[in-house]
Structures are given as C-alpha cells and as structure tokens.
Design a protein around this ligand. Sequence first.
Ligand code: G1P
Length: 290
Amino acid sequence: MSSVKTAVFPVAGLGTRFLPATKSVAKEMLSIVDKPLIQYGAEEAIEAGINKLVFIVGRTKNSIIDHFDKSYELETELEIRGKLDLLKIVKDVIPDGVACVFIRQSEALGLGHAVLCAEAAVGNHPFAVILPDDLIRNEGNGCVKQMVKVFDEYQSSIIGTQTVAIEESDKYGMVAGEQIGDRIARVEQIVEKPAPSEAPSNQAIVGRYVLTPAIFDLLRTTQRGAGDEIQLTDGIAALREYEQVLSYSFEGRRYDCGSKMGYLQATVEFALEHEELADDFKKYLKQLKL
Ligand code: G1P
C-alpha cells in the first residue's frame, strides 16, 4: 500500500485571466464539458489511492466547498424522479471513504504559502500537491498515480515535469538534473520563472508534486521570490540541500486550463472522447469546414 494518502489543492488564486467568468465563480469550478476542473483533479488523486483531499481556498471559493458537500435536496429530488444514473454521478463526486478538508488562505502570498497552510491537515506524512489548472489526461494511469509509484520506490520528493519551448520558461518553474531512470532525473537546478537566457534546461514544472513533510519547515523561512510571492519552487530548492529531489517526466497529455487557449483545447478534445457527444460533435466540427 502506498504511503501517500493526502493531496493538497491550492485553489485560492484569483483567476484574473478568465474574468468576468471568475468574478464570483472559482476558476477551478469552470467545466470541461460537464465536469469542473477541480473534480478532474480530485479523481486523479483518488485514482492514486489518496483518501484525504485538502483544499486551500480563498474568500471567493465557496462554490468549491459546496461542490464537495453532500447535496441532500438534489439527491432526494433525483431519487423521487427515478433518475438513478444522475444520482450516481452526484454521489460519486466524493466516494465513500474519502475525506475533504477546507482551509482558508487568508492572504494571497503565493503557492509556497498556500502549501504551508496545509501543514496541520497533512501532518508528518508525504503528500501530493495538485494544481487543477493543469489538467492532465492519461486514461487508467493518471499523473499522480505514476508519481506515487515513483515515490514508493525512491522515498524522495518528486516534481512532475514536461518539455516546453525555451521561450516559455518565464511562465514556469524550470529544472535541470541528472537522468537516473526511465523518465526520472535527480534535480540539480531549480528556478522559478527564469528568462529564457537564464533557464537551466527546457524542462518545466507542471502542477503535480509529491513532497516529503520536510518541505514545511523550509517554506516557513522561504522569502518572497518571483512575482513578490512565496514560491513553492524556492522551498523545493531549499529542500534539495537536505534531501534528494527527483523530477518525473509524466506520461500523458497536459492542458494548461489556466489559459483560454488550453481551456478550449481541453474542451474540444474531451468532447471528442465523450461517450454521449463524440459522434455528433465530430460531425459538427466537420461541417464547419474551417
Ligand atoms: C506554478 C508554479 C510553477 C509551475 C506552474 C505549473 O506557477 O509556481 O513553478 O511551473 O505552476 O502550472 P503559476 O502557474 O501558478 O504561476
């Protein structure tokens, strides 16, 4: 059995890139076809054997809390109307045996600070961090499941990575290191949002991490960095001085749903695979004759 049982979802960001859609609705509640981004993230964690989901929320994120709450009225109504397939969809949002914890991040001080807010809920155990804006698809063997497997083998913190165009390095944490296994490298350099000329390689951090609890002490003393925020990347750079940190080039397709283009790509590709919609949607796209 895996030792990673908790996932942290830092979801307190303002989502300014999707205004006005995100004026009162959390960006993580935006749907790809019929499921909010946050739920894809929760399902990826649960698939990896995780049974505690810790959400670090901001003031405008009550819709996330509501989404994972039991909806008695809706469930009763669906039951009375005999809509049992829909009832199952609603009940499956959080399967039995999975607990949700919600913590308020009262100041938006950055991703590192958000992860530190989870300390009391995580305790002295390894945990995953999932940024739901990065939607990652790999049917049957999701990114977190792959990373938990690597963690169980190496017992070291792991960062999910992907190759990006070097011109885009200032949008990501960037890493470089020595390859030690299939898809696995030992991180030797890690820097948050460097200019292309300063990037150590073309390997970017994506929104998936498995971390040892040693990160918390380091985040407590991490100073503000890129964007004047307390960066998780800087905390991990400090962790590297005490422990081996690995990068893992995951198997699967990532959609940057924090950008409009990535969001649209995910919507089209998920619709083309959707069991009810795929055929009709394909026909519709063909007749557009673009
Ligand atoms: C965060 C991290 C960054 C990482 C990125 C992945 O940045 O700080 O290291 O590469 O997520 O999506 P953000 O996109 O929140 O600015």
